[in-house]
Design a protein around this ligand. Structure first.
Ligand code: PRP
Ligand code: URA
Length: 219
């Protein structure tokens, strides 16, 4: 897929990020390690996505003298993970901005249609005044990401960015065509979706792997 036609996409290609995503893909990576790596990746991707974070000047006194220096305000932002798997990225984002407000949107995919079903939503009242960083490791059909953006817009959100770890070309196309104005950060772009709408090669079901709900064979 030629990503250059989508001006809103930032493809992150740092070798350390690629290394961590490879570990996530490995079916032998255990739950504890998987969780840690998802969090670390969120930190790396979030660092890039928050590049335009506004700063204000505040006075600080060094051992030498008083000076006005930039400081980040946590007030104008809100992190919104899409449950469940997005929760795995929340702590990584919060390491970047520890005092940030978080909203939560619960969506699961209908197994037959693969379209998202909403089951939870809690967002701050002043969402219109915040930059919303929507987070979810997987962009497959794009249904969940687009559904979450619709919910955010319904609640008044104006400025949104979306951060994912692995994307399928189908999801990128659907998202970018629906929301060319929303910056999209992608850690890996995979080949295609299979007939169950899983990303290939992907990493399997991300929520199951983060929360250990996948059925493991008895050893
Ligand atoms: C996963 C993932 C995304 C969605 C992506 O969630 O975390 O939200 O699938 O697929 P899409 O782009 O085709 O919508 P899932 O529905 O499996 O729910 P879970 O996180 O609760 O397991
Ligand atoms: N959701 C996942 O967790 N994995 C996929 O491959 C697609 C959707």
């Amino acid at each position: 897929m030629d990503l250059s036609k989508y001006k809103n996409v930032t493809y992150l290609d740092h070798p350390l990020l690629k290394h961590k995503i490879t570990k996530l893909r490995d079916k032998n990576t255990p739950t504890n390690e998987f969780r840690t790596i998802v969090k670390e990746i969120a930190f790396i991707e979030g660092y890039e996505a928050l590049r335009d974070l506004p700063t204000h000047l505040r006075e600080v006194e060094t051992p030498i003298e008083k000076t006005m220096q930039p400081s980040v305000s946590r007030k104008g932002i809100c992190f919104v993970p899409i449950l469940r798997a997005g929760l795995g990225m929340e702590d990584g984002m919060l390491e970047l901005v520890p005092g940030a407000t978080c909203g939560h949107i619960g969506l699961y995919r209908n197994e037959e249609t693969h379209e998202p079903v909403e089951y939870y939503c809690k967002l701050p009242d002043d969402i219109a005044n915040r930059h919303i960083y929507l987070i979810d490791p997987m962009l497959a059909t794009g249904g969940s990401a687009c559904g979450a953006v619709d919910i955010l817009r319904r609640h008044g959100a104006k400025q949104i960015s979306f951060i994912c770890i692995i994307a399928a070309p189908e999801g990128v196309a659907r998202f970018c065509e629906a929301h060319p104005d929303i910056p999209l950060y992608v850690g890996a772009l995979d080949r295609e979706l299979n007939d169950k709408a899983y990303i290939c090669p992907g990493l399997g079901d991300c929520g199951d792997r983060i929360f250990g709900t996948v059925n493991k064979p008895h050893s």
